[in-house]
Design a protein around this ligand. Structure first.
Ligand code: GLV
Length: 336
């Protein structure tokens, strides 16, 4: 009997998903969350045919060096800025991500952050829990900014951006977006969204939500010059990647009242959060959980497992993983 292919899962995962993988593979799954240094990643990946990785696992040419065995990496995320896809392609390794299954859940969370930041929900709760709600609360304390009837700006209008836009109809909002390319007209109509230039978006948005993929070109796409264009009453929400925002410039704008509030689910150095942000009451901060509903995290894990199964020739979609990033590598694999 030939040995089962080996699959490494770099972070704890739902047991039923692991059990599905174990039917076909010799699965080594990490039991606790830990950060894998490049050399550890390299060692781990040298010994397996497939891997399910998280965003903290950075795979580049150096990590792949000398690896003749690895066939597939399934990223537990839609974003894949932790993977050097060209290097994976050169090494003949298929990369997969988890698009679509999280669109609506991330859109819900972007709205949760926008509403909470605009209405100062978490700061007010901190104040109440600190026992400060005595007889001295004034009628004009805790004033926030409205969401309904305002202009929603969306920077990056992929499938998550579109899901965010569709929700705006219920709040009677005007929706503006900026994107590399214009959406097809039927989608624009469904989203009730209008394409504008980036500068115009920054100037007009009462609430600006960032949903861009992160790459070199988008590094600090929102920095001091962009923040200077925004309204003093505006709210900024980032559910994309930390590196899209210059956090020092953002903290200065929030501190100096040049922006009403920001809500951030992602950080440039996460899990570290810039101390300038931690000290601000008008910055709402959450630990990268926009996709973290029970149903969606299960769907992401399941899709990642399906991708590994299919790439290594098992399951109903054997040979045809659903969400490959570099499917061309499969044509170069030896036939069995
Ligand atoms: C999370 O940030 C993801 O890309 O899925």
């Amino acid at each position: 009997m030939t040995a089962k292919p080996k699959v490494w899962v770099s972070r704890p995962l739902f047991p039923d998903v692991l059990a599905r993988l174990s039917e076909h593979f010799d699965v080594q799954a990490e039991a606790i969350e830990r950060r894998h240094m490049p050399e550890q990643l390299r060692e781990r990946l040298l010994a397996v045919d497939g891997a399910v990785l998280g965003l903290a696992d950075r795979v580049d040419a150096a990590v792949l060096e000398g690896n003749q065995r690895l066939r597939v990496i399934a990223n537990l995320a839609v974003g894949y800025n932790n993977l050097d896809v060209p290097a994976l392609t050169r090494a003949g390794v298929l990369a997969c991500n988890t698009p679509d299954v999280l669109n609506e859940t991330v859109a819900d969370y972007a709205w949760a952050l926008m509403l909470a930041a605009a209405r100062r929900v978490s700061a007010a709760e901190r104040w109440l829990r600190a026992g400060q709600w005595g007889s001295h609360m004034r009628f004009d304390d805790w004033l926030g900014v409205d969401v309904h009837g305002k202009t929603l700006g969306i920077l990056g209008m992929g499938r998550i951006g579109q899901a965010i836009a569709r929700r705006a109809a219920g709040f009677d909002m005007r929706v503006l977006y900026h994107n590399r390319s214009r959406l097809p007209e039927p989608i624009e109509r469904e989203c009730r969204a209008t394409l504008v230039g980036k500068e115009s978006l920054l100037k007009q948005a009462d609430h600006l939500i960032l949903v861009l993929p992160y790459n070199k070109a988008n590094h600090h796409a929102i920095g001091a010059p962009e923040l200077a264009l925004m309204k003093r009453t505006a709210v900024l929400v980032n559910v994309a990647r930390g590196g899209i925002v210059d956090e020092v410039a953002l903290a200065a704008a929030l501190r100096e009242g040049r922006l009403a509030a920001a809500a951030l689910d992602v950080f440039e150095g996460e899990p570290a959060v810039h101390p300038d942000l931690l000290s601000l009451d008008n910055a709402l901060l959450s630990p990268h959980i926009a996709s973290a509903s029970e149903d969606t995290r299960r769907a992401m894990a399941s899709l990642a497992a399906d991708n590994v199964l299919a790439a290594l020739g098992h399951g109903p979609h054997a040979g045809h993983p659903a969400t490959p990033l570099n499917p061309e590598v499969m044509a170069r694999w030896p036939r069995h």
